[in-house]
Design a protein around this ligand. Structure first.
Ligand code: CMC
Length: 451
């Protein structure tokens, strides 16, 4: 976001339709005092009550567990309408990007705000391509992870470890050039880190990136190729993975992106900010759901395929079981990414000549859940993670590696948000308030041993 373009919330207010120049306001009364709060309207007419002066004027703060009603920033990057199932990156519908764009087109669009002319794109991918080999010595780190370490743990640790190899990119107040450089560095290194984590975890030899292949193909080569292999990966697999990466590339202020922003807001460097995003993504309620969905489907199959028992369990709060790949904080009608991926599942498996019984099971489970009042009344629909795992299985990617693929896609979004935050004039460290509910002041008294 350019400094000229970024505006203070007050500047974004909707003009009054009656021509009255006074800005839109919300009124809040507390302890007998009423104050005016500015109402900010975004370019898609979303409204937000600006409470930045609330505490100074009233002494009160707002409470919003899970930040379900809190806009933490103004952002030009992604628009999401959960009621209408709309997702657009910089205004471009996700459906068009999934159909026609490369991952590099998408990353450039997210990070720099516009679709690039070919020459700029070539420069951008050329710079990324120069960064695909890991810095000297870093490969050895993989040997230190205990056997069985999850690839997301390795990815987070290795992303943070990159900070040791790039001391020139740790400036807490980076210049525009330094921001661009760290972005291409991470875009170049990440696929290699993702693939190496998997290969090392499996005890397989490392396959270096191929600079003659485009990013997605080179990644598949590093994952599943053979050392010295010059055969290009199957184009069906490359295209399927391209689509998955684009569909995961950004999702506005989700848990991991908010984490990247929060960590980055302390002016921690980009490597550790991204490492923290990987950590946040790992959880099963977020990116880890793609692994959990396949494990759930396998569990249902092992149980004889009787999914109604699992639907019952999902409805029973005491069971501790949730229908993985279902529900979303924002989508309350359908997740447009899930729609694309469901269609892609049939297409990819058909083209690769694979019949996966888990796909049949997933479709039956979806159909049954969508007829069930529990899911209908709570607006719980399949999300992006419900079908992505079935495609990844067909591409020969092991279940444990699924969330790493999510991270690989999401990297562009994390970087776009990190850059946008640093370049925003209203930039401040993230530091929420709380309402304290613990004991009031009491004395320190050593507790006598009982009995
Ligand atoms: N299975 C059963 N019940 C559910 C589920 C589910 N998957 N998701 C939500 N509910 C119920 C929940 O128990 C609650 O019921 P009640 O109103 O009776 O208490 C109601 O639906 C609202 O749920 P919530 O937990 O308040 O919703 P949330 O917005 O806090 O959580 C979610 C969203 C995605 C974490 C949640 O739907 C979930 O746990 N889903 C399964 C995990 C999953 O698939 N995560 C991937 C999300 S998409 C990828 C990404 O962007 O991260």
């Amino acid at each position: 976001m350019s400094a000229e373009k970024q505006q203070h919330p007050m500047d974004l207010q909707e003009p009054d339709p009656t021509g009255n120049p006074s800005p839109a306001i919300a009124k809040l009364s507390i302890d007998g005092k009423t104050i005016d709060l500015p109402v900010v309207t975004g370019t898609e007419q979303e409204k937000g009550v600006d409470i930045t002066k609330l505490r100074a004027q009233t002494g009160a703060v707002t409470i919003d567990p899970g930040f379900a009603n809190t806009a933490s920033c103004l952002s030009d990057i992604t628009f999401l309408d959960g009621e209408r199932g709309i997702l657009r990156y910089r205004g471009v519908p996700i459906e068009e990007l999934a159909e026609h764009a490369t991952y590099t087109d998408t990353a450039y669009l997210l990070i720099h705000g516009n679709l690039a002319p070919q020459r700029e794109l070539d420069q951008f991918s050329g710079r990324i391509n120069q960064k695909v080999n890991l810095p000297a010595g870093l490969e050895k780190f993989y040997d230190c992870f205990p056997k069985g370490t999850h690839p997301m743990a390795m990815l987070s640790a290795m992303a943070a470890a990159l900070s040791g190899s790039y001391p020139a990119l740790l400036n807490p107040t980076p210049t525009r050039e330094e921001i661009d450089e760290v972005i291409v560095t991470l875009l170049g290194q990440f696929p290699t880190l993702c693939a190496y984590g998997y290969r090392k975890g499996q005890g397989l030899s490392l396959i270096p990136p191929r600079q003659d292949l485009a990013g997605v193909a080179s990644f598949l080569h590093m994952m599943n190729g053979r050392p010295g292999d010059q055969q290009d990966p199957n184009p069906v697999a490359v295209n399927a993975l391209r689509k998955i990466l684009i569909l995961h590339a950004d999702h506005e202020q989700n848990c991991s992106t908010s984490t990247v922003r929060l960590v980055g807001s302390s002016r921690a460097n980009a490597f550790v900010s991204i490492a923290s995003g990987v950590a946040a993504l790992w959880g099963p309620l977020h990116g880890g759901a793609n692994q959990a969905v396949i494990e759930m489907l396998e569990q249902i199959r092992a149980d004889g395929g009787e999914f109604s028992k699992f639907i019952r369990m999902a409805k029973d709060k005491d069971s501790g079981f949730r229908m993985m790949g279902f529900g979303h904080r924002v989508y309350k009608n359908f997740d447009p990414r899930a729609r694309i991926l469901k269609a892609s599942c049939d297409e990819v498996l058909g083209k690769l000549g694979i019949h996966d019984p888990l796909l049949d099971l997933a479709k039956q489970l979806e159909a049954a859940a969508l007829k069930d009042d529990y899911f209908v009344s709570r607006k719980l629909y399949p999300n992006v993670d419900f079908y992505s795992g079935i495609i990844l299985r067909a591409l020969g990617i092991p279940t444990e590696q699924f969330t790493v693929i999510f991270a690989l896609g999401r990297l562009a979004g994390w970087l776009a948000h990190w850059k946008e935050m640093l370049e925003s004039p209203g930039f401040r460290i993230g530091r929420p308030r709380q309402i304290y509910t613990g004991p009031t002041q009491r004395r320190f008294v050593r507790v006598a041993q009982r009995g």
